[in-house]
Write a protein that binds this ligand. Structure first.
Ligand code: SF4
Length: 295
């Protein structure tokens, strides 16, 4: 949610205002856009429905054959395969997908190019790696001479991955290693990769706080254009603003600023009423700091 662009939310809001049913994950409806959020739109009568997966959007579309239903597909390589698989099974004619799906490795390339971005190693994401595999980060590690270690989500996983990074540094190595061996394979989930390739093409995507990154987003291939929400509806051009006045999410995302260095933290911006995307989901840096101030 933290890097979901305001433009994607603004488009979803526009479709909601056109009277269509919008379906998406719970956190997504609270992500602030340029002037509103899906939660605020729901408060004034828009038909916004929270679902746990695209399969529930399919059910809603089947039960409402006279309405247009839009599913906002948001997330990384982890969530994209389930969406792709549902598209391959065949969507109802009245269901379209608004993709806001991001690909991780191109964003890492941008991070190392930032001046003064002083990072000695990357803990690479276990859930993404379950799909793309730990080997996917090897070219990056070797090209930039930065150790990468795929980690699981338990505290001991993180500690062990830090130890493995330190070991690489001590030995003068830079490779992609895998701490999360109980889930992640070096080659990843080959079947999921095949489904992704069949349904999606790569294209430039806008990341909140990072800007537009080449080939970092999944978009529906031409064969599935009839279910591409960006093509199914008249969407006027929208001047979106990613970072609202006072919000320092772009610096928080890069690790340049701590959440409590933002003047709005805990005042104008709280988990109940987030002003920036980093305060929305349980994985958001500002949200975590707000919930665990003692850390
Ligand atoms: Fe943005 Fe809120 Fe975090 Fe400030 S506290 S950086 S407004 S999310």
């Amino acid at each position: 949610m933290c890097v979901c662009s305001a433009q994607d939310v603004d488009v979803a809001i526009e479709l909601a205002r056109q009277g269509h049913i919008i379906t998406t994950f719970g956190d997504m409806i609270r992500v602030p856009s340029t002037e509103s959020s899906l939660t605020k739109e729901r408060g004034v009568g828009a038909d916004i429905r929270v679902v746990y997966g695209v399969n529930e959007a399919v059910e809603i579309a089947r039960k409402n054959p006279n309405r247009k239903v839009v599913f906002i597909g948001v997330g990384f390589e982890t969530t994209a395969p389930t969406i792709a698989a549902e598209i391959l099974r065949g969507l109802p004619n009245n269901l379209s997908v608004l993709t806001s799906l991001k690909v991780i490795p191109p964003a890492m390339e941008i991070l190392v190019g930032i001046v003064n971005f002083d990072v000695d190693g990357f803990i690479t994401p276990g859930h993404v790696s379950a799909i793309i595999g730990s080997d996917a980060f090897r070219p990056f590690a070797q090209k930039h001479h930065v150790p990468c270690v795929v980690a699981g989500f338990e505290p001991l996983d993180v500690l062990e991955s830090v130890r493995m990074i330190l070991q690489q540094i001590n030995e003068g190595r830079a490779d992609s290693e895998n701490e999360y061996t109980r889930v992640v394979r070096p080659e990843g989930n080959v079947a999921a990769q095949a489904v992704l390739k069949k349904v999606f093409r790569l294209g430039d995507a806008s990341w909140r706080g990072l800007g537009v990154i080449g080939d970092s987003g999944y978009y529906l291939r031409d064969e599935y254009a009839e279910h591409d929400a960006r093509l199914c509806f008249e969407i006027p051009s929208i001047e979106s603003v990613d970072i609202l006045p006072g919000c320092r999410c772009h610096e928080v995302i890069l690790g340049i600023a701590a959440p409590d260095e933002c003047d709005l933290f805990g005042k104008r911006c709280t988990p109940e009423d987030p002003h920036g995307p980093c305060m929305v989901g349980h994985e958001g840096t500002c949200r975590i700091r707000h919930e665990y101030p003692e850390i």
